[in-house]
Design a protein around this ligand. Structure first.
Ligand SMILES: *Cc1c(COP(=O)(O)O)cnc(C)c1O
Length: 339
């Protein structure tokens, strides 16, 4: 099936800007940096999930669903944007918060995206077990069963790999957007740097580029799993995405490039390099990143630049996937003297 044949709803403000980062480029003294502003997709403060949701909720609407279910971390941007999209489309929304990040403060559990979930008015469940993707999805299935028994029509957005990578389709389209923008402005990009979590953003971008005949390398910065696990996941999900689009075989193992050098101590946990990257982007470009995804991704980019793995003569496009509201959930870690 071609991309245009998948059901889709309109949720985003696109194309998002693609801009140079002259001050950050100068400060780092390495490659010329550009940013794809996918923090500006719209939909209740924006981010990459708006593009993914256009396809998930397209399918939900095509199936005549009345309730959407999703699971994620407590400060998940996906849950926030799903609640917003559901409100906009007139669907009920139930979200499940997974307690995946240890030792977090009151701000993490009440501010940032958690506050926005409440304002957006969805039903909130908690999943205390934390890190267990399949069990979290199974809990959603139990909720869906209950909703069906009550005569409702649930649509589940799964996070585990056992389900089709529908969300990646949003980034297949974003890849086209990036190629059009760089062609229009005559900007030659040598590398795209992007966060790699569930991997659908990474995979969609990669598949979109290859579908359009571009060999541009995509480097995924691990935000949740180590390099080995993420490499397997990206390859598997990329092949599945290509297959969904009837283009099996366009992704080669060599297309998959991930780095986990700034992942420690783990998902959603801040390290020194990430704090440095957040402050640097804010103070040189007025660009607000987040501690879980975009800040870690810039930290990875900086680290690989310092070691000359990302070459100084390259033009590098950093994809800002949003997440900014999570800053408020990390106040006690980012500005410990402010409380
Ligand atoms: C979810 C998320 C990501 C990771 O995207 P995946 O498609 O899950 O890999 C990156 N940045 C932000 C801000 C996110 O919310």
């Amino acid at each position: 099936m071609a991309l245009v044949d998948f059901p889709r709803v309109q949720l985003t403000h696109t194309p998002t800007p693609l801009e140079p980062l002259p001050n950050l480029t100068q400060q780092l003294g390495g490659p010329r940096l550009f940013v794809k502003r996918d923090d500006c997709t719209g939909l209740a403060m924006g981010g990459n999930k708006a593009r993914q949701l256009e396809y998930y909720l397209g399918q939900a609407m095509a199936e005549n669903a009345d309730t959407v279910l999703i699971t994620g971390a407590v400060q998940s941007n996906f849950l926030r944007m799903t609640a917003a999209a559901a409100a906009k489309l007139g669907l009920r929304c139930e979200i499940q918060l997974e307690d995946r990040v240890p030792n977090m403060g009151a701000d993490y559990h009440s501010s940032g995206n958690v506050l926005l979930h409440q304002i957006l008015g969805c039903t909130v469940h908690s999943f205390a077990e934390g890190e267990n993707e399949k069990a979290a999805d199974a809990a959603l299935e139990t909720m869906a069963y209950r909703i069906r028994a009550d005569g409702g029509r649930p649509y589940v957005i799964h996070l585990s790999q056992e389900h089709p990578p529908i969300g990646a389709l949003g980034y297949v389209d974003a890849a086209r957007e990036i190629l059009e923008q760089t062609a229009q402005t005559g900007t030659k990009i040598d590398l795209i740097v992007i966060p790699s979590g569930s991997a659908l953003t990474h995979v969609g971008t990669l598949v979109g580029l290859r579908l359009l005949g571009s060999a541009l390398p995509v480097l995924g910065i691990c935000v949740r799993r180590d390099q080995k696990q993420q490499t397997e996941r990206v390859l598997r999900r990329a092949n599945e995405t290509a297959e969904l689009l009837g283009k099996s075989g366009i992704i080669k193992p060599d297309d998959v490039w991930v780095s986990d050098r700034v992942l420690a101590p783990g998902y959603g946990q801040v390290n020194e390099q990430t704090t440095e990257a957040i402050l640097l982007a804010a103070r040189s470009e007025g660009l607000l990143l987040d501690p879980v995804y975009s800040g870690k991704t810039l930290a990875g980019l900086i680290s690989l630049t310092r070691d000359d793995i990302i070459q100084p003569h390259w033009n590098v496009l950093f994809v800002h996937t949003g997440g900014t509201p999570a800053l408020f959930g990390y106040q006690s870690l980012l500005a410990p003297n402010s409380l």
